[in-house]
Design a protein around this ligand. Structure first.
Ligand code: MLT
Length: 252
């Protein structure tokens, strides 16, 4: 088993991911939001890489059973049902729904990596559950941090480093790539106070200015979820303990 961290989706094209297992991280906030939506009973989340495509499939695909969600500059897009704050994705709003989600970096990273053999979604909130799953897979892994408009992003890299530490502890293996060493060294500096990290990082500061302080607290809750979201046929669903997806997948 080997692990590499890719610090931006722009560092690889779609075919790079073909045949590889990938974990996508966007702590602030899309991967935390997806985990929360599935925990609160959403049927599935469909990540898309443009607002136009989100609107197109929302009118054609699911009718009243779908919600369209997403942000531009952190704020809910006009005409969408929900933004990208995990706090909006409560049971009352999302139970039983198919949610089409567009975000600036996170869902674009998921779409970029859609040809992966297995694609899991990770954040601080489900870190140990994802670590157990990929340790059980025992296969080479790409950890894709969503970054920020193609640039490096601190909180996603810290999450990647913490994930690698847990995989090492579970498998007894040490991973040596430069991207792994850099991620683990960063996580050692920040893992003791994740809320402080989220308050200090660039995107966290921007979100706090836009009155999303509660999101920092929510996104810093380590291992508050046991959910492992997995992308199959364009839809992200909960992987059940016996490795079955919840319900049957609907092709779009
Ligand atoms: C992104 O994809 O860039 C983020 O999820 C943005 C956000 O905080 O809403």
């Amino acid at each position: 088993m080997n692990i590499k961290v890719l610090f931006s989706p722009l560092n690889a094209d779609e075919l790079f991911f073909s045949g590889k297992n990938t974990v996508v991280i966007d702590v602030l906030r899309s991967t935390t939001t997806i985990i929360t939506a599935l925990d609160n009973g959403a049927k599935e989340v469909l990540p898309v890489n443009s607002i136009e495509f989100a609107m197109k499939i929302s009118v054609s695909a699911f009718g009243s059973l779908s919600l369209i969600a997403g942000e531009r500059n952190g704020i809910k897009i006009d005409g969408f049902n929900l933004g990208n704050s995990p706090l909006e994705f409560d049971e009352e709003r999302v139970k039983g729904k198919s949610i089409i989600l567009y975000t600036t970096n996170g869902t674009k990273a998921m779409v970029r990596a859609k040809f992966s053999s297995k694609l899991y979604v990770c954040s601080f909130t489900n870190l140990s559950a994802v670590a157990r799953k990929v340790a059980e897979d025992n296969e080479d892994l790409i950890i894709l941090t969503s970054g920020s408009n193609g640039m490096f992003c601190l909180e996603d890299t810290v999450c990647a480093g913490m994930l690698i530490d847990e995989i090492s502890a579970l498998t007894g293996k040490t991973f040596y790539s430069d991207s792994v060493i850099a991620s683990c060294n960063l996580s050692a500096a920040y893992k003791g106070d994740l809320l402080k990290l989220l308050k200090e990082c660039e995107h966290g500061k921007t979100l706090i200015e836009k009155n999303f302080m509660q999101d920092m607290e929510f996104c810093s809750r380590i291992n508050s979820s046991e959910t492992v979201p997995v992308l199959v046929s364009g839809a992200i669903r909960k992987l059940l303990p016996e490795n079955n997806l919840q319900d049957e997948l609907v092709e779009i």
